[in-house]
Design a protein around this ligand. Sequence first.
Ligand SMILES: [Zn+2]
Length: 218
Amino acid sequence: MKITFTNFKHDRVTNVATRCPHCGHFGTFELVGLNDVYTLDSLNSQIINYLGVRKCPNEKCKGHLFFISDNNRNVLMTSPSETIPFDRENIPAKVLNAFEEAIKCHSNSCFIASANMIRKTLEEICIERGASGANLFNKLQDLGGKILIPQELLSGMNELRLLGNDAAHIEAQTYSEIGKEEIEVSLDFAKEILKAVYQYDNLLQRLRKLKDKTNNAT
Ligand SMILES: [Zn+2]
C-alpha cells in the first residue's frame, strides 16, 4: 500500500481499534507519546490517511503495531498484520502447520496461496485419519466413513477441495474469483472442520470429567 507524502502534518492523533496480531486481544490501541502523521488532499485539505505507532492495551502483551487508517478510523493496514484467531488445542502438528500457513497467507493478502494451504490442510487430515483414495475427492469420501462429522461439513470439505483445486490449476474454473471474502468463509469453514475432527471429543471428555468430579463430591 503506497501513501504519498505530498501534503502532510503531524499535530494530532486518531483512534485505532483493532485485533492485536501478537495476542489476539481486540481493543483500542494506546499511544506511545508520538503524534500520528496525516496526509491531506492538496485541493480541499481533507485528511486522507493517518499513519502511526501504537501499543497493545493488553497489559500482558504491550506489543507494537504500526498502522495506516483512513479519515473514518477504518484501519486499512497494520504491521505486523492481523491474523485470524483460532483454537490450536488437540490439532496434530502437520494439520496445524498447514492451517497456520493458510492463515498467514490470508493475513498477507495472498489469497490463492491461502486456498492452496486450506486444501493441504484437508489432505493432512485425510493422511492423519488414514483415509485412502486415488485423489482428494475419493479420500474425503473415505474420510466420511472414518470420522463422526455432520453431512454439511463433509459437503463443505468438498467445496474447499474445489477452491484449492482452482487455486492450483489454471484450467479448473469452479470459482470465478478467489479473493478475501472467499478465503475468509473458507477459513471459517475449515475451523469448524478442525473442531469437529479434533476438538469436540476433547470437549466432551472435559465435560464428563466435570460430571465425575460432581458425582464424587456428593
Ligand atoms: Zn497484544
